[in-house]
Design a protein around this ligand. Structure first.
Ligand SMILES: NC(=O)c1ccc[n+]([C@@H]2O[C@H](COP(=O)([O-])OP(=O)(O)OC[C@H]3O[C@@H](n4cnc5c(N)ncnc54)[C@H](O)[C@@H]3O)[C@@H](O)[C@H]2O)c1
Length: 259
């Protein structure tokens, strides 16, 4: 296999692996030889991902838990080191979207919940991942931010703020641990057809195709992304041959940020 895509013998921790990007990334890395530590608070969805991978002969460990709890973040890293001897890659992907609404109606609970999962979850995850990676003087962390982390997020201010925080954390970590040969980057996808977005509940009055068309209206490519279009870039960013990219937030957005 081309070294760019060969993850044989590498271990990867992925949060939010019961669905969407996390599940597809687990399949993509497993197919390319990685051993996986998968996590989610959705136990049934996580078990489905694990069963599919084990059916293909991929080595998998898994843990059900909430990324906002530090004990879970620490246990995940310990599980990776115990099962696979080291932690080569970590993807802080678990996240939630808020109910849409203007900032003048923003409530404190929504803000707390967004920051708790989407920002604190990433920060605490990174804390323990970086400790293990700095000790082994090698590693790559990929945080899943969003286009909402790069610009204004009308009707989603709490989400946009938490996703901006993810980029701040990414840059700080990259500067702090770069000298240990640990790279920390973020990916910023535009709307993508995962269950978070391709969700009839978001558009109870219309059909999902209308909703997706509306979401894509301002995008130069006039469509939202397919899951694999984002996951393929995640694989490239995590590639063992990608050794000097550090501290960057990469938009994968069909040209939105060129507007
Ligand atoms: N789909 C999009 O358009 C889009 C765009 C940009 C960024 N993102 C980000 O991508 C990431 C993955 O989202 P997705 O689109 O695959 O959605 P998804 O809903 O399909 O998957 C998210 C996963 O995270 C898990 N999760 C949520 N909160 C958790 C918690 N507290 N602890 C543990 N697990 C938790 C869910 O159970 C789910 O399995 C999120 O961070 C999201 O904000 C999504």
């Amino acid at each position: 296999m081309d070294s760019l895509l060969d993850f044989s013998g590498k271990s990867a921790l992925i949060t939010g692996a019961a669905s969407g990007f996390g599940r597809s990334l687990a399949y993509a890395l497993g197919e390319r030889g990685a051993k996986l530590v998968l996590a989610d608070y959705n136990a049934d969805g996580l078990q489905e991902t694990v069963a599919e991978l084990e059916g293909k002969g991929v080595e998998v460990a898994s843990l059900v838990g909430n990324v906002a709890e530090e004990a879970h973040a620490q246990a995940l890293v310990e599980l990776a080191v115990e099962r696979f001897g080291k932690l080569d890659m970590a993807v802080n992907n678990a996240g939630i979207a808020p109910a849409l609404g203007p900032m003048v109606h923003l409530d404190a609970d929504t803000l707390d919940h967004q920051f708790s999962v989407n920002a604190k979850g990433v920060a605490l995850g990174m804390k323990h991942q970086m400790r293990a990676m700095c000790a082994q003087k090698d590693g790559a962390i990929l945080n899943v931010s969003s286009m909402a982390g790069l610009g204004g997020t009308p009707m989603g201010s709490s989400y946009g703020a938490a996703k901006h925080a993810v980029i701040g954390l990414t840059k700080t970590a990259a500067v702090e641990v770069g000298s240990y040969n640990v790279r920390v980057n973020a990916i910023c996808p535009f709307f993508t057809a995962t269950p978070m977005v391709d969700n009839p509940q978001l558009n109870p009055k219309g059909d999902i195709a209308d909703l997706n068309k509306n979401l894509a209206r301002g995008c130069p490519m006039k469509r939202i992304a397919r899951v694999e279009e984002i996951v393929d870039v995640m694989v490239m960013m995590l590639s063992p041959a990608n050794t000097y990219m550090n501290g960057i937030a990469v938009p994968v957005d069909g040209g939105m940020s060129a507007m």
